[in-house]
Ligand binder design. Structure first.
Ligand code: VGL
Ligand code: ZN
Length: 206
């Protein structure tokens, strides 16, 4: 792909809690930082997402007595994986990785801030209908194509990519800038789902 003026680089959840030593560490999560920093220098428009939960969030296993992290529960909006407490608003774990070049970001979109519902996607909460406002932002700014990288490939990146496509944006995921949680084959499933939907999966940008 060739980067153009109507492209947005959307950097997903490159936060301390998703990096080694964090509460929901993704293997080699911090490995994306130099790759994404290099990418960011190529784009006219950059936005960041930030997973941003209140303490006691309903996606935390600790909020469900007897439930183990990484187990599933049924919520009013559907199936939900329960996570270790992570990305609690205002804590160091919720901060961006200190090496991430955030200064060129034109927008930081926070998600998962409603206690009763999780939000993997940058566009919709996990009911798949409550919008975050990002689609409106892109349309008002005349941005046509979304290029994504970040954490985690099989959760927030996948959900964001499928929603971007569903909303009519051309969607590219840069796999060298992503790392996965990979629960029970979720990385293979996510890659397949994105490819079948029409998300363009690229290793890098030349
Ligand atoms: C994420 C699980 C819970 C992600 C966020 O950024 O992929 N995964 N919260
Ligand atoms: Zn989360």
């Amino acid at each position: 792909m060739k980067v153009g003026p109507d492209d947005l680089l959307l950097i997903i959840d490159v936060q301390n809690d998703f990096c080694p030593g964090g509460a929901l560490a993704v293997a080699d999560g911090d490995g994306v930082v130099p790759i994404i920093n290099r990418l960011a220098g190529r784009f006219d428009h950059v936005a960041l997402t930030q997973d941003w939960h209140p303490a006691g969030h309903s996606s935390f296993a600790s909020s469900h007595p007897g439930a183990a992290p990484f187990s599933m529960v049924t919520m009013p909006y559907g199936q939900q994986t329960l996570w270790p407490d992570h990305c609690i608003q205002g804590t160091p774990g919720a901060a961006f990785h200190p090496g991430l070049a955030t200064e060129r970001a034109e927008l930081v979109i926070r998600k998962g801030f409603r206690a009763a519902i999780d939000s993997y996607s940058a566009f919709f909460e996990n009911d798949r209908t409550t919008p975050t406002g990002l689609a409106g932002y892109l349309r008002e700014r005349g941005l046509k194509r979304v290029v994504m990288a970040g954490l985690a490939t099989d959760y927030c990146v996948q959900y964001s990519a499928l929603d971007a496509l569903r909303l009519g944006f051309e969607t590219i995921v840069v796999l060298s800038g992503c790392r996965a949680i990979d629960l029970a084959g979720s990385l293979v499933a996510a890659t397949k789902a994105m490819a079948e939907a029409g998300v363009e999966l690229v290793e890098g940008i030349v």
